[in-house]
Write a protein that binds this ligand. Structure first.
Ligand code: FES
Length: 145
């Protein structure tokens, strides 16, 4: 189906194919039914003062205490927040997991690049997942002391 646009309409889909792919098939999204069974080692939550959105992130760390081996997330944010956090979760868990050290070096730009870009007005949404992940890592470090 083709939707005709006229002057003043929103116009075409502004997002890359990858954003669309992650938005419709989010990776590691925490379902409510899964929450009690997922034994997280760290949990982080942030809200964006810019738009009032909330992002929650759960991580599992391996026995060495150095590597994130699994994660989940949930948000009330927009499509960009969903796609950005989905791609972040993919980055963290591919190839058997990512070290905490490396995870802390992920920048919003890395997330945006992996999504083949985000509209400038939506870049702040990509920060939500990253911030919630950092809080989850802090939470893990506090509780494992
Ligand atoms: Fe608020 Fe994207 S998360 S507009």
């Amino acid at each position: 189906m083709t939707i005709k646009t006229k002057k003043g309409d929103v116009g075409e889909w502004l997002y890359s194919k990858k954003v669309k792919q992650h938005f419709f098939n989010p990776v590691k999204f925490m379902k409510e039914s899964e929450e009690k069974k997922f034994k997280a080692d760290g949990i982080g939550q942030v809200g964006s003062s810019a738009c009032g959105d909330v992002m929650k992130f759960w991580i599992k760390v391996d026995k060495s205490g150095k590597k994130i081996i699994d994660c989940r997330w949930r948000t009330y944010g927009c499509g960009s927040a969903i796609a950005s956090t989905s791609v972040l979760a993919e980055m963290l868990t591919e190839k058997g997991g990512m070290t905490i050290e490396k995870a802390l070096k992920i920048k919003p730009q890395d997330i945006s690049n992996r999504l083949d870009g985000l509209p400038a007005i939506k870049v702040h949404c990509s920060v939500l997942g990253d911030q919630a992940l950092r809080k989850a890592i802090e939470d893990y470090k506090k509780s494992s002391k």
